[in-house]
Design a protein around this ligand. Structure first.
Ligand SMILES: [Zn+2]
Length: 372
């Protein structure tokens, strides 16, 4: 067949097929992007900067006046909007946000460990696993929703992940799953790299690294945009790490700046989606964290089974199938384990739960009424 004629036919099939598909399913979501920022406390997300930590003693803050000018306001509503403006305007208006314990909306992990690998395992697979009890570089025995989706014909080769922490290839078991995962200080590989990619690789090679096992998020977010534009995955994961790393260092100023930059990334991502024909009005964003942290004066730096409150997390969903109910209040608790099935349901594949019967049920409130 003449190539032009073939192209015209392919376009015609695609153009006529998609509206039928959308009508049949009653769902608007064709792509899902999951974003995490490691260990960002619900207290800071919902209340904004914490006065008990805006100091040198407890928060390790270098310039208290500058930090207060940036993020301190009189009310929690004004403080959180100063910290995460995209979250508290766009997501709060068009999506749903879970986990504000002050408003009787709780979100928590069920793994009992309250640290990263058990959290990401629960998040990606839909269930806590007692075998996953360390951050050691061991391949995950469990199949994630990403791996499962990549095995479905409609999503084969359309799943990708980019992360700051160098554990993601193990958590997503790349040897078995064959998922493309760029993590840690990994450069972008390929035969024909563009000028922008070459520059990004050079910067990742030459920068002073704050952590050897965790890439600074400024690079991870750029790698994520490269991946999004070049391979246009239908299911995409972006795992950010600065919030956790700076909290462990006891630097509340850097932790808040990191959260602010996560919010800026979400805004850029949302705008890129709305400007892209594959993603516009057909992409659901889910934003969450792997664990919580303790309280001031010192407990906020840490998390784990022995740190009270560090099982508490938060989550947000925005997309064509999620009613704009905003910040949720007075509702039953939701869990980290529900997100995997929520992703599969949004993509029209409730069969994930048959394949992974241990996975928790999806969060019904974020699925369009009538969804399975
Ligand atoms: Zn941590």
């Amino acid at each position: 067949m003449n190539p032009l004629r073939k192209l015209v036919l392919v376009c015609a099939v695609v153009l006529t097929a998609s509206p039928v598909w959308a009508e049949d399913s009653g769902r608007g979501t064709r792509n899902v992007i999951l974003i995490t920022t490691d260990g960002l406390r619900w207290q800071d997300l919902f209340r904004g900067a914490d006065e008990l930590l805006l100091n040198k003693d407890n928060g390790g803050v270098e310039n208290v006046a500058a930090l207060r000018a940036a993020y301190w306001r009189e009310t929690p509503e004004a403080r959180r909007e100063a910290l995460m403006p995209f979250f508290w305007t766009t997501i709060a208006q068009k999506g749903q946000i879970f986990g504000n314990a002050d408003r009787n909306s709780r979100a928590h992990v069920t793994n009992g460990h309250n640290f990263s690998y058990p959290g990401y395992n629960e998040l990606f697979t839909g269930a806590a696993d007692p075998r996953v009890d360390s951050n050691d570089k061991k391949p995950n025995p469990n199949v994630s929703v990403f791996e499962w989706l990549n095995l479905q014909p409609a999503f084969a080769g359309k799943v990708a992940a980019v992360g700051s922490w160098d554990l993601y290839p193990y958590i997503l078991n790349v040897d078995r799953s064959k998922l493309p995962v760029n993590a840690g200080w990994q450069l972008i590989a390929g035969p024909d790299l563009g000028e922008r990619t070459v520059l990004l690789n050079r910067q990742m090679t030459q920068t002073v690294r704050d952590w050897s096992n965790c890439r600074n998020d400024v690079f991870t977010t750029e790698v994520a945009f490269e991946s999004l534009h070049q391979s246009t995955p239908r299911v995409f994961y972006v795992g950010l790490g600065d919030t956790d790393e700076y909290a462990h260092m006891g630097r509340y100023d850097q932790y808040l700046h990191a959260a602010h930059q996560v919010d800026a990334f979400l805004k850029n991502l949302w705008e890129a989606i709305q400007a892209h024909p594959q993603y516009k009005d057909s992409t659901t964003l889910i934003v969450t964290t792997d664990h919580g942290r303790g309280d001031p004066p010192k407990g906020w730096r840490d998390h784990g089974a022995k740190v009270a409150g560090s099982e508490a997390i938060w989550m947000a969903v925005i997309g064509p199938d999620t009613k704009p109910l905003g910040e949720r209040s007075d509702i039953p608790a939701v869990t980290q384990s529900q997100i995997a099935a929520t992703m599969a349901h949004l993509l029209g594949l409730p069969e994930f739960q048959t394949a992974s019967p241990q996975a928790a049920a999806p969060i019904a409130d974020v699925l369009k009424a009538g969804s399975p």
